[in-house]
Design a binder for this molecule. Structure first.
Ligand SMILES: CC(C)(COP(=O)(O)OP(=O)(O)OC[C@H]1O[C@@H](n2cnc3c(N)ncnc32)[C@H](O)[C@@H]1OP(=O)(O)O)[C@@H](O)C(=O)NCCC(=O)NCCS
Length: 150
């Protein structure tokens, strides 16, 4: 079993990244108008990330480095057919490792209410002290924090 976490580097990566996000976080939730062209995807301190399992894209997230030792994890998604097989746990661990190498010590997430159990199982805690800005449905999200142990 081989996992690789990559920062999106080419058009094939972008295609896989957007396909997973659109399906998981928009279409599965009955939402339309997923926009692939949002400028924040391409900012230098924003890291769009793709997890591959045995060379197959299985999950995505974006890590926003706030350059103050903290970062925000956004839009975590594992393809529906691959859930419940620990890919999410691996993605979470690899992202924490990637963040640590950037000098990030604390991560924040706006957790979807039905994903709070996943975050709790992977070392996150509820934290009201900082609420990452979220474009949509922020009131339905639970702010959580993870301290990266090195
Ligand atoms: C949430 C998500 C990323 C989890 O990925 P996954 O690959 O299914 O999770 P894993 O199999 O690695 O599970 C890791 C642990 O979290 C738990 N878990 C996973 N999803 C859970 C959920 N929705 N509620 C409670 N616990 C959950 C698992 O039981 C497991 O715990 P255990 O090892 O103690 O048994 C995935 O279900 C997903 O993409 N969901 C839709 C999008 C979403 O909600 N994203 C979060 C946006 S903030």
């Amino acid at each position: 079993m081989t996992y690789v976490l990559v920062r999106i580097a080419d058009e094939a990566d972008w295609r896989a990244y957007h396909d997973i996000r659109r399906l998981v976080l928009w279409e599965e939730r009955g939402l339309g108008s997923y926009d692939e062209a949002r400028p924040e995807e391409r900012l230098p301190d924003h890291h769009p990330l793709l997890l591959r399992f045995n060379a197959r894209a299985c999950g995505t997230t974006r890590l926003d480095d706030l350059r103050d030792g903290t970062g925000i994890v956004r839009l975590v998604a594992i393809s529906a057919a691959l859930r419940g097989q620990e890919h999410g746990r691996v993605l979470d661990a690899r992202v924490a490792d990637y963040a640590g190498k950037l000098g990030i010590r604390t991560l924040f997430v706006n957790a979807a209410a039905d994903a709070v159990g996943f975050y709790a199982a992977t070392g996150w805690e509820r934290f009201e002290g900082y609420r990452p800005q979220a474009a949509e449905r922020a009131d339905e999200c639970v702010p959580m924090r993870k301290v990266i142990v090195r």
